[in-house]
Structure formats: C-alpha cells, structure tokens
Design a protein around this ligand. Structure first.
Ligand code: NDP
Length: 326
C-alpha cells in the first residue's frame, strides 16, 4: 500500500482525501520512485479544491512536482538509488503525481536531483521556483541587464514571485515587488526587493501607454495587471508572463508593442523541453541563495495538504510550501 492524497469524482463534482492506496493502481511507467518530498503549487491547490478543472482523469493523485529516490527502473537512464526530481509533464493532472509515497512515471520526465539541493530544498523550489527561473532566463535572453533599470515582480508574495525576487536581486537587478500584502514588506525586502508597490496600482483598467518605468518584469498575475505592465515597460523592455492569479484575460492594446518595441515572453513550464529544464535547474543551483529558500518555505505533512490548498487559493500562504511525503 502507498499513502497519498486521492481525488475522486462525485455526483456533485470531486472530493479529496488522504488515503491508503493499493500500489497495484499506480499508472504505467518505466521508473518507480519513492517520493521523499513534494510541494503545493497554485495548480495543485486548484486540483485539490476542484476550483478549476485541472484534473483530467479520476481517481487522481495530485502533485505536479516531486523529489525522491528511484526504487525500480526499466530504463537504463536511471538506477535504483538515484535521486531524481520531476516537474510538470501533466503529472498530477492526467498521470498520478507526487503527493503520495510512491510514483510511477516515464524516465523522460525525470531529471537528476541537482547536487546543490536536498530533496526538501528541490521541492522548496518546485515548479513555482523553476518557472521563476525560466522567467529570469527569458529576460536575459531578451537582453534585460541589471544596469538597465528597475525590474518588476508581480504576485510578489507567491511561490513564483518570491523566488523571482530572490534570484533577480542576487543577479544584481533592482527589484520592485508588487503585492496586495503590504504587511509582508519586511519579508519581501529580506528577499532582496528594493521597493514595494501596492498591486492596486496595476490591477484596474489602464491606458494603452503609461509612463515608461520597467526595464523588465516577471508577471504572475495576468489580466489588467499584465496589460498595465506592458503599457509601462521602457522602450525595448520585456515582460515574462507565466500566471493568471488576477485572471486569464489580457485586456491590452498593441500600442506598447508597435510604439515601444516591447516583448511579451510567454512562459510554460509543463511541457518545457528537457534541455531548458536542465539549464533552469543549473542556474537555480548557482543563482538562488539557499538561505532565501529557508526564508521562503514552510514545511507541512501530507495530512495538512487539503486544508493548506484552500489557504493558498485564499491568498493566506506566503512563499513556498514543501510537503514531507516519506
Ligand atoms: P501563489 O498562489 O503562491 O501566488 C500568487 C500570488 O499572486 C499571491 O501570493 C498574491 O501575491 C498574488 N495574487 C493573488 N490573487 C491576486 C489577484 N486577484 N490580483 C493580483 N494579484 C493576486 O501562486 P504561484 O506563485 O505558485 O503561481 C503564480 C501564478 O503562476 C499562478 O497563476 C500559477 O497558475 C502560475 N504558474 C504558471 C506556470 C507556468 O508554467 N506558466 C508554472 C507555475 C505557476 P501578493 O499577496 O503578494 O499580492
């Protein structure tokens, strides 16, 4: 038997519970992993609460990330005892995920656990942190340099936002954090934010073009916020857009694109090719201070996952949540 979170379909929708599950029910895959740590991302919270149709087949073990040890492998790329990490690939959505003591997956989805991180630290990073790094890489690839001016991070207290602030500030950028929780200003400053703005400044419908302010931005919020960020990017600036915490809509005009040559770089972490994942994890190993991870993360057990998922969607969780599974 394995122990994990199980989401089942009901007449009225879906329900999630902590359950003992027959490991004969594990899905097909060439590598079986003893999961040590998982995490709770925004998408996991949506899946567990059923607030959004994240789960595509039932029953489902959620958890889009895990870190653990290979227990058995039919693939020469991995041997029993290897430490591995998984992020995304539809795991926890259409293939059983990391919020259970054992997982069975395709070897193609696994990467070696970077030496810089323990399994817990890797899950402190998780999809949120790996996505933050993909956003930073996108800014770099579009030529945004530390000396160019202020860089904005929206959804600052969230998982993506906190890691983005920590990495960008370590790289020498002057980071401005946009948040709806001004009471967390000291925390955001301790991560490296040079200034804090109220997210209300960005969340209402705005003008097609605003004052040029940001050399670059990491946006986790979407909707009017992303439109306003585009309108206030400096000439030639770039925003890496990865999230929809405010909304899925994007009520913008083409003005900043055709008059200021800005770039909107879309970031998907789920189906990202392996080479990009390895680059992101290797950069996290050098550009994310482990002490920042300690500041950002709090640990919970499997028994706390369902309640914490509700808190996360209610905006009550700060930073990252690592889940002890083993
Ligand atoms: P969290 O829930 O940890 O953080 C989201 C943050 O957004 C909150 O902490 C809050 O920050 C802010 N926020 C919440 N509601 C609103 C609102 N109505 N208007 C403006 N800001 C709001 O989520 P994550 O950081 O893990 O993920 C952020 C987004 O990125 C999510 O939409 C998620 O789905 C997406 N994502 C996308 C990925 C991809 O591959 N593209 C991968 C990972 C995440 P504060 O309190 O500071 O204002």
């Amino acid at each position: 038997m394995i122990r994990g979170i199980l989401i089942e379909k009901t007449a009225g929708g879906q329900t999630a519970r902590l359950a003992d599950i027959d490991d004969g029910q594990l899905p097909a895959g060439d590598v079986t992993v003893d999961v040590a740590w998982s995490t709770l991302n925004y998408k996991d919270a949506l899946a567990i609460t059923g607030s959004s149709p994240v789960v595509r087949s039932f029953p489902m073990v959620p958890g889009i990330d895990f870190a653990g040890t290979v227990a058995a492998s039919d693939n020469p790329a991995f041997r029993p005892g290897d430490s591995v990490v998984l992020n995304g690939w539809g795991v926890g959505e259409k293939h059983w995920g990391g919020l259970a003591t054992r997982a069975r997956v395709s070897a193609d989805w696994l990467i070696p656990l970077p030496a810089a991180f323990s399994p817990r630290q890797a899950m402190s990073v998780g999809t949120a942190g790996y996505t933050a790094m993909l956003c930073v890489l996108a800014l770099e690839k579009h030529g945004v340099k530390p000396g160019d001016g202020e860089v904005l991070v929206t959804g600052a207290n969230g998982g993506v936002g906190t890691v983005a602030i920590a990495v960008l500030s370590k790289l020498g950028y002057r980071v401005v954090a946009s948040t709806g929780r001004p009471q967390e200003a000291a925390f955001l400053t301790s991560l490296g934010a040079a200034a804090i703005i109220d997210r209300a400044e960005l969340s209402a419908p705005g003008r097609p073009l605003g004052k040029e302010r940001w050399a670059g931005a990491v946006d986790t919020v979407g909707s009017h916020t992303l439109a306003n960020v585009c309108a206030s990017l400096r000439y030639g600036g770039t925003v890496a857009a990865c999230g929809l915490a405010q909304g899925l809509d994007f009520p913008a005009t083409v003005a900043p694109f055709i008059l200021r040559g800005i770039t909107l770089a879309g970031i998907d972490s789920v189906m990202r090719p392996k080479a990009d994942r390895l680059e992101a994890w290797s950069r996290l190993a050098t550009d994310l201070d482990p002490s920042a991870l300690d500041l950002i993360t709090h640990g919970i057990g499997l028994e706390d996952v369902i309640a914490t998922a509700g808190d996360l969607l209610a905006g009550k969780v700060r930073g990252r949540v690592a889940v002890r599974v083993a």
